[in-house]
Design a protein around this ligand. Structure first.
Ligand code: SAM
Ligand code: SF4
Ligand code: SF4
Length: 333
């Protein structure tokens, strides 16, 4: 891809990580062997404050950002998160949040009341044993399902459900998840296991290609492909032919979409990452804390975006020496 193609990509989508901490230890994201008791998470003063995040969001809207996703780590572990939602909601952007769902039963109502209208819950299986193994937690999957129910009751519909699929770990849960989350209340997304970070022991052999996921589903339920709604839509979507609801697959590994990537990520400590697989982030926090000039910050962000040349997924496999990458729990997917 020529560099001018990359420059053509608009900046549309911002992901903000509000914490690097999590109460799960998903094997594909924060394996316990690395993120154990001795792991040093960021101290509070290193996290962007809600005021700093809101300021950044305002500046980014001036640069074309239309959508903000709050993520983590587990965003619901950040105390008073609904206060941040209340600060961001008046900006009129498409505001959404990705969560593991375990704390939703207590938080869903306050988040909705603060102005959040869209929600993604990550869930990899309905089977307790698979859930405990893959997500490395001590509680049953019912806790997440209760959270999903509470979110529906609070007014979040449809809820997006993200399922990461790992070969021989939860691939047997694909059909059950599609049946459970069919209907108009949910949009289920199957995500290929990605080689994010440096700690999840990723191997191509553990990836279940999106095409295979669709084949598996198509033998059990009639599906009709849906057209993309906009350039850069990452999910290939399908409609259940008998009944409402849709499912989608995100083929980040087997069908990369770098040339349409319009996402910028801000880590919990205020670094700007132009790619999920980047090794280096640009320090915005120092700038936010040292100047009152929003224009200066906007210029810095614009320069970072215009100079990026990221297309990791398209080059995957061509790299001879593996490069260090930022961990998913710092930038939130
Ligand atoms: N803790 C929240 C959650 O799990 O929803 C938000 C942060 S999590 C890093 C955001 C998304 O990244 C989740 O949907 C998770 O399943 C996905 N994810 C994490 N590691 C991944 C990997 N190695 N491959 C694909 N998706 C991954
Ligand atoms: Fe936590 Fe989400 Fe990563 Fe799982 S995917 S360890 S829930 S941050
Ligand atoms: Fe975007 Fe990087 Fe993913 Fe390509 S690899 S789609 S540039 S985040």
């Amino acid at each position: 891809m020529a560099v001018h193609d990359l420059l053509d990509r608009p900046l549309r989508d911002l992901r903000v990580s509000v914490t690097d901490r999590c109460n799960f230890r998903c094997t594909y994201c924060m394996p316990k062997e690395v993120f154990g008791k001795s792991f040093r998470f960021l101290p509070r003063e290193e996290l962007l404050s809600f005021e700093e995040i809101a300021r950044l969001a305002r500046i980014m809207t001036g640069l074309g950002v239309e959508k903000i996703r709050l993520t983590g780590g587990e965003p619901l572990l950040r105390r008073d998160l609904e206060k941040l939602v209340a600060m961001l909601a008046p900006l009129g952007l498409d505001l959404t949040l990705t969560t593991n769902g375990s704390l939703l039963a207590e938080k869903a109502h306050a988040l909705h009341a603060a102005g959040l209208r869209r929600l993604t819950v990550s869930l990899d299986s309905l089977d307790d044993e698979t859930f405990r193994t893959m997500n490395d937690v001590e509680f049953p999957v019912a806790q997440v399902l209760d959270g999903v129910e509470a979110a529906l009751a609070a007014g979040f519909t449809p809820i997006k459900i993200n399922m990461v699929v790992k070969r021989d770990v939860n691939e047997r849960s694909i059909v059950g998840m599609a049946r459970h989350f069919s209907g108009r209340d949910f949009n289920l997304r199957f995500i290929e296991f990605m080689d994010v970070g440096n700690t999840n022991g990723w191997r191509m052999a553990d990836v279940v290609p999106a095409a295979e996921i669709i084949e598996t589903l198509a033998t059990e339920m009639p599906l009709q492909p849906l057209a993309a709604r906009y350039r850069g839509e990452v999910a290939r979507r399908f409609r259940h032919q008998n009944g409402g609801g849709e499912i989608g697959v995100i083929a980040s590994v087997t069908q990369p979409f770098c040339r349409d990537c319009t996402r910028l990520r801000v880590s919990s400590d205020g670094r700007l990452y132009t790619c999920l697989f980047a090794g280096h982030g640009h320090d915005l926090r120092s700038l936010l804390r040292s100047t009152s000039e929003d224009d200066m910050i906007a210029e810095e962000i614009r320069a970072v975006w215009q100079n990026r040349e990221d297309r990791f997924s398209e080059l995957r496999g061509l790299q001879t020496t593996p490069q260090p990458k930022v961990e998913m729990s710092r930038i939130g997917g």
